[in-house]
Design a protein around this ligand. Structure first.
Ligand SMILES: *[C@@H]1O[C@H](CO)[C@@H](O)[C@H](O)[C@H]1NC(C)=O
Length: 324
């Protein structure tokens, strides 16, 4: 089996770092190739929805000499990893953030990320003027994979420049985003010449990522499958106009994120119900605010209804009271 372990030799990664720190072209690097990759067999219990692990990167280049790289890891909507850019180390935010990877595997990945951030910073600086990148600028990237229970996995890598789609990695090569212009075409042409970097990215996306994700799903099972019941309460919002009321239904403390909340009159859904964004609470649960603008005299008889998986069909119904 060819996986993150068989090609993990810290020695050559350190060698790469040495070469890079001496401004050696990254295209000249040799990274052992991988053959005979075995099909992945998902071994976690059937999840309701496919789960995605993604690594997010935000790189800010203020000027020729100042750059900052921020990194984080996310399993669905849960942040599992941070990146300490000073020490170049992975921060494990959950007791299960190591998944099933060994200490050596994780150290290897950490070194790979250090290497990546160095290549990126070095490469961007070296090519900034040729590419007409104007300081200050931001580069963002999102890379990861999704496993489907029993149906393999999919991987992705997208990058943006100044907040707009710039390029992606698809089918083993770099592709400019539609509309990203000649800058993206040039970057992709340069990157596509780096065969070994392409192999490394491909390896990370289609082998390492799904394996890591499988491990996270197995180790984080109890937290991922937890069910936390919402609480719901009502309040009056700022009046939308003379003789009108803004009824506010707050729903908080639920997990997972999917929730259904509606203003009702008896069994009739009020179509003018306005739903806010589902916002995070500090403890990893979620909060949602749902409003209804009504004529003051028509508030009586309305209620807020909440459906959530943790309630097992016993919806919460909070009637609008006169006291509000
Ligand atoms: C580069 O940007 C940093 C951060 O904004 C700033 O502190 C520094 O003075 C700048 N250096 C130069 C040479 O402009």
């Amino acid at each position: 089996m060819c996986n993150h372990v068989t090609f993990s030799t810290l020695g050559y990664v350190s060698g790469l770092l040495f070469l890079l720190s001496h401004s050696f072209s990254p295209c000249a690097l040799v990274i052992p190739s991988c053959s005979g990759s075995e099909a992945l067999r998902p071994h976690h219990p059937a999840a309701e929805e496919p789960l995605t692990f993604r690594v997010i990167q935000i790189s800010s280049f203020a000027n020729q000499s100042w750059a900052r790289n921020q990194g984080s890891g996310w399993l669905g909507d849960i942040q599992t990893h941070g990146w300490d850019s000073v020490s170049g180390t992975i921060i494990f935010l959950k007791p299960w953030s190591r998944g099933t990877f060994s200490k050596e595997d994780l150290e290897y990945l950490q070194t790979l990320f250090q290497l990546y951030f160095r290549i990126l910073t070095w490469g961007v600086r070296a090519f900034a003027s040729q590419l007409a990148f104007k300081y200050p600028f931001e580069i963002q990237a999102s890379a990861g994979c999704t496993v489907h229970s029993g149906a393999g996995s999919e991987s992705f890598l997208y990058a943006s420049y100044q907040g707009s789609d710039f390029l992606s990695f698809q089918g083993g090569s770099w592709q400019p985003s539609p509309g990203a212009g000649t800058q993206a075409q040039t970057v992709c042409r340069l990157l596509n010449e780096c065969r070994y970097i392409k192999q490394l990215v491909q390896m990370f996306l289609i082998v390492t990522c799904p394996e890591f994700l499988e491990g996270l799903l197995a180790k984080g099972k109890s937290e991922l499958e937890r069910q936390v019941k919402p609480e719901a309460w009502l309040s009056r919002g700022p009046s939308p106009g003379p003789g009108r009321l803004l009824l506010v239904c707050h729903v908080s403390g639920f997990y997972p994120k999917t929730v259904w909340v509606m203003w009702m009159r008896g069994d009739k859904q009020q179509s003018r119900t306005r739903r806010g964004d589902v916002l995070p609470n500090a403890d990893g649960t979620w909060y949602l605010r749902v409003t209804l603008d009504v004529v003051a005299g028509e508030a009586a008889g309305l209620s807020c209804r909440v459906k959530h998986s943790s309630l097992r069909g016993h919806d919460i119904v909070v009637p609008w009271g006169r006291t509000l």
